[in-house]
Write a protein that binds this ligand. Structure first.
Ligand code: GLN
Length: 234
């Protein structure tokens, strides 16, 4: 399983979200605290964010197939990257999946950034000309984008019905909304007063972190957080 994190709120540096916290994605890349599948997340990393400085307003991404802890260039630049909407991930590649920068989350359709933590049988996913990689997560992202983000919960339930073993923990953002699903792994939420963090696991020991129950859809605009149960087999 990979670990992912999303931020929606006041502009913050990418380093303050991914690298600086005592148990942030950097530490989670070699010593995650709540990981249920896999030991560490050394098969790549990625971050995407929205910035008012980009001409088209679309997301910008930086992805790699190398361990996050060894990337001195990212460590140097991350304190200078500021955004009010960020999706970051560190990756533990599932067996048989390619290890390449395009297989690292976040994936995009040009409007949304999307990370998948889990595993799904590629045979139940349609082939897509839009998939960025042959990794299961890229095929799943293409299907979710194709169906529309407003149908995320239904798409997750449908894929789970086709592959009952699937783990379908999604995190996605479009600059003004942050959405996530829990289906087989952990997710926690932290309201900071100037925004909302959703993360596979808490990046520090703040008492404010709350666990999201499994098989739920979470939506936030950076202020209110809404949770709804997902449909699925018992
Ligand atoms: N199955 C995905 C991959 O191989 C995600 C893996 C994970 O969540 N560890 O990249």
């Amino acid at each position: 399983m990979c670990r992912h994190l999303g931020w929606l709120g006041a502009p913050r540096s990418v380093a303050s979200l991914m690298l600086d916290p005592p148990y942030g994605l950097l530490v989670q890349s070699y010593a995650p605290r709540r990981q249920k599948h896999g030991l560490m997340n050394a098969d790549g990393w990625g971050v995407g964010f929205f910035s008012p400085d980009t001409p088209d307003g679309g997301p910008r991404r930086w992805r790699s197939a190398a361990p996050l802890w060894g990337d001195a260039s990212f460590a140097s630049v991350a304190p200078a990257l500021r955004s009010g909407c960020v999706v970051g991930a560190v990756r533990s590649a599932s067996i048989g999946m390619p290890i390449e920068p395009t297989a690292s989350a976040p994936f995009t359709d040009g409007a949304w950034l999307l990370s998948h933590n889990g595993l799904v049988d590629r045979a139940v996913l349609p082939l897509s000309a839009h998939a960025e990689s042959t990794v299961d997560s890229a095929l799943l992202a293409a299907l979710i984008f194709d169906r529309g983000m407003d149908r995320l919960g239904d798409t997750v339930s449908e894929v789970a019905a086709r592959d009952p073993q699937a783990r379908l923990n999604i995190l996605a953002a479009n600059g003004s909304e942050l959405v996530a699903t829990t289906w087989g792994d952990t997710l926690s939420v932290l309201r900071t007063g100037d925004g909302v963090v959703l993360a596979s696991e808490p990046y520090d020991d703040d008492q404010g972190w709350e666990e999201i129950p499994d098989r739920h859809l979470v939506h936030t605009d950076g202020d209110a957080v809404h949770m709804t149960a997902l449909k699925g087999p018992a």
